[in-house]
Design a protein around this ligand. Structure first.
Ligand SMILES: Nc1ncnc2c1ncn2[C@@H]1O[C@H](COP(=O)(O)OP(=O)(O)OP(=O)(O)O)[C@@H](O)[C@H]1O
Ligand SMILES: [Mg+2]
Length: 252
């Protein structure tokens, strides 16, 4: 579904270059739940921004469903983001002036989907995530956990092929983090969502089926969960993090 081929990203000018991504390559298959880990400054957000075409790469190729995103015009890109990508941000980014129902349906409405279809799709996904009763409410009238579910519903309501999450548990306490990670796991396992989650947190990453480790803009290591339980996987992730430079306080 997603092919990252030898991408490089440089910031700055000739005299002061930061190499944020250095020949990064990997594929994401449909139905995967992949976590990208790495210390602060290792290039995680840059990678996500390049995949969502918020930022442009300096070299290499990014193909989503076979389309090279560098070939798209601004207009095609906007459409591509709305239709193919779902985002779950650290603060969930719900618009306070819209109801939960309108927030979830926003991408569809922007695509000029018929209102009746929007309503059906929103209600279907809201039911799956158990938030039907809060649809008429505004974000400030619902709990943090309900906001999470609304943000997750929005990320998949238009049948987006790929969900991108940047530190989705960053602002949450441990109970709320666990809830969100379980929702994302369910979306992946039961609803077939493909998820790419950036995190510096080993506990969050242990919910994924595969973890890629970035170091100084390069893929340093990769772990597959396989049939192992989550707690075992969690400890393996911690082991890789310590091998990443022993600077564990920086990454957990
Ligand atoms: N707009 C920019 N201009 C110049 N340098 C940048 C810019 N954005 C990021 N960088 C640099 O690129 C490198 C990678 O940054 P990035 O934000 O991708 O890190 P990260 O892994 O997301 O870190 P964190 O865990 O702190 O969010 C860093 O050295 C950073 O200083
Ligand atoms: Mg970041």
């Amino acid at each position: 579904m997603l092919q990252i081929q030898n991408i490089e990203k440089y910031y700055g000018n000739k005299n002061n270059v930061t190499r944020a991504l250095d020949r990064v390559s990997f594929d994401v298959e449909a139905g995967e739940f992949l976590a990208i880990m790495g210390a602060s400054g290792s290039g995680k957000t840059t990678l996500l921004n390049c995949i969502s075409a918020i930022d442009t790469i300096s070299a290499g190729k990014i193909l989503l469903d076979g389309v090279n995103i560098a070939d798209l015009s601004e207009e095609e890109l906007a459409k591509f983001r709305r239709e193919r990508l779902g985002f779950v941000f650290q603060d969930f980014n719900l618009l306070d002036t819209l109801t939960i129902e309108e927030n979830i349906g926003l991408a569809l409405s922007l695509n000029h989907t018929a209102p009746k279809t929007v309503q059906e799709r929103v209600r279907d996904v809201a039911q799956k995530l158990g938030i039907t009763d809060i649809l008429p409410k505004f974000p400030y009238q619902v709990s943090g956990g309900q906001k999470q579910r609304a943000a997750c519903s929005r990320a998949m309501v238009a049948g987006q092929s790929l969900l991108l999450a940047d530190e989705p548990t960053g602002a949450l306490d441990s109970k709320a983090s666990k809830n969100l990670l379980e929702i994302m796991s369910n979306m992946n396992q039961d609803m077939g969502a493909t998820i790419l989650m950036v995190t510096h947190d080993a506990y969050s990453a242990s919910y994924a089926k595969r973890v890629l480790f970035l170091k100084d803009g390069r893929v340093f290591n990769e772990l597959l969960r396989g049939e192992r339980g989550r707690p075992v996987f969690y400890h393996e992730i911690l082991d890789v993090l310590s091998a990443l430079g022993g600077d564990i306080s920086d990454v957990i």
